[in-house]
Design a protein around this ligand. Sequence first.
Ligand code: GLN
Length: 247
Amino acid sequence: MTERLRIGLVYPELLGTYGDRGNAEVLAWRATGHGLVAEVTEVVAGDPVPPSLDVYVLGGGEDAAQATAARLLGSAAGEGLRRAADQGRVVLAVCGAFQLLGKVYLDSRGREIPGLGLLDLETAAGIRRLVGEVVTITREGELLTGFENHGGRSFLGPGLEPLGRVLHGGGNNGDGTEGARRGAMFGTYLHGPVLARNPALADLLLRTALERRGRQLGPLQAAGRDPAVDLHLARLQAVLPREHRLR
Ligand code: GLN
Protein backbone atom coordinates (compact mmCIF):
# COMPACT_ATOMS: atom_id res chain seq x y z
CA MET A 1 0.00 0.00 0.00
CA THR A 2 1.36 3.42 -0.94
CA GLU A 3 2.09 5.69 2.02
CA ARG A 4 0.12 8.95 2.19
CA LEU A 5 1.73 12.11 3.53
CA ARG A 6 -0.48 15.00 4.62
CA ILE A 7 1.23 18.40 4.60
CA GLY A 8 -0.38 21.47 6.15
CA LEU A 9 0.50 24.96 4.89
CA VAL A 10 -0.46 27.11 7.86
CA TYR A 11 -1.76 30.68 7.41
CA PRO A 12 0.30 31.49 4.26
CA GLU A 13 -1.44 34.86 3.86
CA LEU A 14 0.20 35.97 7.14
CA LEU A 15 3.25 33.70 7.22
CA GLY A 16 4.50 33.46 3.66
CA THR A 17 7.21 36.00 2.94
CA TYR A 18 9.86 35.42 0.25
CA GLY A 19 8.02 32.43 -1.26
CA ASP A 20 8.15 30.35 1.92
CA ARG A 21 4.83 28.74 0.97
CA GLY A 22 6.93 26.96 -1.67
CA ASN A 23 8.29 24.71 1.10
CA ALA A 24 4.98 22.81 1.18
CA GLU A 25 4.97 22.32 -2.61
CA VAL A 26 8.62 21.28 -2.66
CA LEU A 27 8.08 18.80 0.17
CA ALA A 28 5.09 17.29 -1.66
CA TRP A 29 7.16 17.02 -4.83
CA ARG A 30 10.02 15.37 -2.97
CA ALA A 31 7.66 12.96 -1.18
CA THR A 32 6.25 11.92 -4.55
CA GLY A 33 9.82 11.38 -5.74
CA HIS A 34 10.21 8.90 -2.89
CA GLY A 35 7.08 7.04 -3.95
CA LEU A 36 4.69 8.57 -1.40
CA VAL A 37 1.27 10.05 -2.12
CA ALA A 38 1.47 13.62 -0.85
CA GLU A 39 -1.34 16.08 -0.33
CA VAL A 40 -1.05 19.72 0.72
CA THR A 41 -3.83 21.30 2.78
CA GLU A 42 -3.81 25.09 2.92
CA VAL A 43 -5.06 26.32 6.30
CA VAL A 44 -6.52 29.79 5.80
CA ALA A 45 -5.70 32.41 8.43
CA GLY A 46 -8.07 32.12 11.35
CA ASP A 47 -9.26 28.62 10.50
CA PRO A 48 -8.64 25.85 13.06
CA VAL A 49 -5.40 24.03 12.32
CA PRO A 50 -6.15 20.30 11.80
CA PRO A 51 -4.40 18.27 14.57
CA SER A 52 -3.59 15.09 12.67
CA LEU A 53 -1.51 16.05 9.66
CA ASP A 54 2.00 14.64 9.23
CA VAL A 55 3.93 17.84 8.50
CA TYR A 56 3.14 21.51 9.28
CA VAL A 57 4.85 24.22 7.24
CA LEU A 58 4.87 27.87 8.41
CA GLY A 59 6.69 30.75 6.75
CA GLY A 60 8.03 34.19 7.55
CA GLY A 61 6.06 37.34 8.19
CA GLU A 62 6.61 41.00 8.82
CA ASP A 63 5.93 42.24 12.34
CA ALA A 64 2.25 43.21 11.91
CA ALA A 65 1.28 39.97 10.16
CA GLN A 66 3.24 38.03 12.77
CA ALA A 67 1.29 39.69 15.58
CA THR A 68 -1.98 38.60 13.96
CA ALA A 69 -0.68 35.07 13.37
CA ALA A 70 0.51 34.86 16.99
CA ARG A 71 -2.89 35.90 18.29
CA LEU A 72 -4.70 33.35 16.10
CA LEU A 73 -2.28 30.48 16.75
CA GLY A 74 -2.38 31.28 20.47
CA SER A 75 -6.15 30.96 20.42
CA ALA A 76 -8.40 27.90 20.02
CA ALA A 77 -7.67 27.98 16.28
CA GLY A 78 -4.06 27.05 17.00
CA GLU A 79 -4.89 24.19 19.36
CA GLY A 80 -4.42 21.65 16.57
CA LEU A 81 -0.86 22.85 15.88
CA ARG A 82 0.09 22.78 19.55
CA ARG A 83 -1.34 19.29 19.97
CA ALA A 84 0.37 18.06 16.79
CA ALA A 85 3.73 19.40 18.00
CA ASP A 86 3.22 17.69 21.36
CA GLN A 87 2.52 14.42 19.53
CA GLY A 88 5.85 14.67 17.67
CA ARG A 89 4.36 15.55 14.28
CA VAL A 90 6.81 17.41 12.06
CA VAL A 91 6.82 21.22 12.17
CA LEU A 92 8.96 23.40 9.89
CA ALA A 93 8.86 27.06 10.94
CA VAL A 94 10.74 29.70 8.98
CA CYS A 95 11.84 33.12 10.26
CA GLY A 96 8.78 34.90 11.72
CA ALA A 97 7.10 31.55 12.40
CA PHE A 98 10.33 30.27 14.02
CA GLN A 99 10.23 33.30 16.31
CA LEU A 100 6.58 32.53 17.17
CA LEU A 101 7.42 28.98 18.27
CA GLY A 102 9.43 30.63 21.03
CA LYS A 103 8.24 32.31 24.20
CA VAL A 104 8.14 35.96 23.10
CA TYR A 105 9.08 38.33 20.25
CA LEU A 106 9.81 41.96 21.12
CA ASP A 107 9.24 43.65 17.77
CA SER A 108 10.81 46.74 16.21
CA ARG A 109 8.17 48.95 17.86
CA GLY A 110 8.74 47.50 21.30
CA ARG A 111 5.51 45.46 21.15
CA GLU A 112 5.67 42.19 23.06
CA ILE A 113 4.24 39.42 20.85
CA PRO A 114 3.61 36.29 22.93
CA GLY A 115 4.90 33.12 21.24
CA LEU A 116 3.49 29.60 21.47
CA GLY A 117 6.21 28.51 23.91
CA LEU A 118 6.87 25.30 21.97
CA LEU A 119 10.61 26.10 21.82
CA ASP A 120 12.72 27.59 24.63
CA LEU A 121 13.83 30.75 22.85
CA GLU A 122 13.23 34.49 22.98
CA THR A 123 13.55 37.04 20.19
CA ALA A 124 14.03 40.80 20.25
CA ALA A 125 14.33 43.18 17.32
CA GLY A 126 17.88 44.40 16.74
CA ILE A 127 18.97 47.80 15.42
CA ARG A 128 19.76 46.69 11.90
CA ARG A 129 18.35 43.81 9.85
CA LEU A 130 20.41 40.73 9.10
CA VAL A 131 20.14 40.37 5.33
CA GLY A 132 22.00 38.13 2.88
CA GLU A 133 23.13 34.59 2.04
CA VAL A 134 23.63 32.10 4.86
CA VAL A 135 25.39 28.73 4.98
CA THR A 136 25.32 26.46 8.01
CA ILE A 137 26.30 22.91 8.92
CA THR A 138 23.94 20.55 10.78
CA ARG A 139 24.74 17.85 13.33
CA GLU A 140 24.41 15.33 10.48
CA GLY A 141 27.23 17.18 8.72
CA GLU A 142 24.90 18.53 6.01
CA LEU A 143 25.53 22.02 4.63
CA LEU A 144 22.38 24.16 4.52
CA THR A 145 22.04 27.19 2.24
CA GLY A 146 19.45 29.97 2.26
CA PHE A 147 19.02 33.71 2.61
CA GLU A 148 17.99 35.69 5.66
CA ASN A 149 16.14 38.96 6.13
CA HIS A 150 15.17 39.63 9.73
CA GLY A 151 15.42 42.29 12.38
CA GLY A 152 14.84 39.89 15.23
CA ARG A 153 17.71 38.30 17.19
CA SER A 154 16.80 34.95 18.65
CA PHE A 155 18.45 33.54 21.80
CA LEU A 156 18.15 29.82 22.47
CA GLY A 157 17.53 28.64 26.02
CA PRO A 158 19.96 26.20 27.69
CA GLY A 159 19.68 22.77 26.11
CA LEU A 160 17.86 23.90 22.96
CA GLU A 161 19.89 22.66 20.03
CA PRO A 162 20.50 24.94 17.03
CA LEU A 163 19.60 23.53 13.61
CA GLY A 164 23.03 24.49 12.35
CA ARG A 165 26.32 26.17 13.05
CA VAL A 166 26.91 29.28 10.93
CA LEU A 167 29.69 29.13 8.31
CA HIS A 168 28.52 32.27 6.48
CA GLY A 169 25.98 34.95 7.41
CA GLY A 170 24.22 36.18 10.58
CA GLY A 171 21.94 33.43 11.84
CA ASN A 172 20.09 33.68 15.15
CA ASN A 173 21.97 36.63 16.63
CA GLY A 174 25.60 36.51 15.47
CA ASP A 175 26.63 33.92 18.13
CA GLY A 176 27.31 31.26 15.47
CA THR A 177 24.01 29.41 15.87
CA GLU A 178 21.20 29.20 13.33
CA GLY A 179 17.66 28.03 13.90
CA ALA A 180 16.70 25.40 16.44
CA ARG A 181 15.46 21.81 16.57
CA ARG A 182 13.66 19.79 19.22
CA GLY A 183 12.40 16.33 18.31
CA ALA A 184 10.33 16.74 15.14
CA MET A 185 10.24 20.56 15.37
CA PHE A 186 12.61 22.50 13.12
CA GLY A 187 13.00 26.28 13.09
CA THR A 188 15.23 28.33 10.83
CA TYR A 189 15.86 31.84 9.50
CA LEU A 190 16.63 30.39 6.06
CA HIS A 191 14.40 31.45 3.17
CA GLY A 192 14.88 30.13 -0.35
CA PRO A 193 12.48 28.30 -0.02
CA VAL A 194 14.80 26.43 2.31
CA LEU A 195 13.54 22.98 1.25
CA ALA A 196 14.08 23.79 -2.45
CA ARG A 197 17.71 24.56 -1.77
CA ASN A 198 18.35 21.74 0.71
CA PRO A 199 17.09 18.28 -0.36
CA ALA A 200 18.78 16.67 2.64
CA LEU A 201 16.65 18.77 4.99
CA ALA A 202 13.50 17.88 3.03
CA ASP A 203 14.42 14.20 3.31
CA LEU A 204 15.08 14.60 7.06
CA LEU A 205 11.53 15.97 7.50
CA LEU A 206 10.03 13.14 5.43
CA ARG A 207 12.04 10.50 7.28
CA THR A 208 11.00 11.96 10.65
CA ALA A 209 7.31 11.99 9.64
CA LEU A 210 7.42 8.37 8.46
CA GLU A 211 9.42 7.10 11.42
CA ARG A 212 6.71 8.46 13.70
CA ARG A 213 4.47 5.87 11.98
CA GLY A 214 7.09 3.15 12.15
CA ARG A 215 7.89 3.48 8.42
CA GLN A 216 11.12 4.06 6.54
CA LEU A 217 11.69 6.59 3.76
CA GLY A 218 12.39 4.70 0.53
CA PRO A 219 14.94 5.79 -2.06
CA LEU A 220 14.18 8.34 -4.75
CA GLN A 221 12.29 6.54 -7.53
CA ALA A 222 13.69 8.43 -10.50
CA ALA A 223 17.03 7.16 -11.72
CA GLY A 224 19.81 9.59 -12.49
CA ARG A 225 20.78 12.93 -11.03
CA ASP A 226 18.70 14.51 -8.27
CA PRO A 227 17.89 17.97 -9.71
CA ALA A 228 17.59 19.49 -6.23
CA VAL A 229 21.25 18.72 -5.57
CA ASP A 230 22.34 20.93 -8.49
CA LEU A 231 20.56 23.96 -7.02
CA HIS A 232 22.01 23.16 -3.60
CA LEU A 233 25.58 22.99 -4.92
CA ALA A 234 25.15 26.07 -7.08
CA ARG A 235 24.05 28.15 -4.06
CA LEU A 236 26.94 26.84 -2.00
CA GLN A 237 29.43 27.57 -4.75
CA ALA A 238 28.10 31.11 -4.98
CA VAL A 239 28.86 31.78 -1.32
CA LEU A 240 31.47 29.50 0.17
CA PRO A 241 35.21 29.56 -0.36
CA ARG A 242 36.43 26.39 -2.13
CA GLU A 243 37.83 24.58 0.93
CA HIS A 244 34.45 24.67 2.73
CA ARG A 245 32.53 23.30 -0.24
CA LEU A 246 34.31 19.99 -0.52
CA ARG A 247 32.34 18.16 2.17
N1 GLN B 1 9.36 40.19 11.38
C1 GLN B 1 10.43 39.35 11.77
C2 GLN B 1 11.77 40.06 11.82
O1 GLN B 1 11.94 41.03 11.27
C3 GLN B 1 10.52 38.14 10.82
C4 GLN B 1 10.88 38.54 9.43
C5 GLN B 1 10.61 37.40 8.44
O2 GLN B 1 9.87 36.48 8.69
N2 GLN B 1 11.20 37.49 7.26
O3 GLN B 1 12.65 39.57 12.42
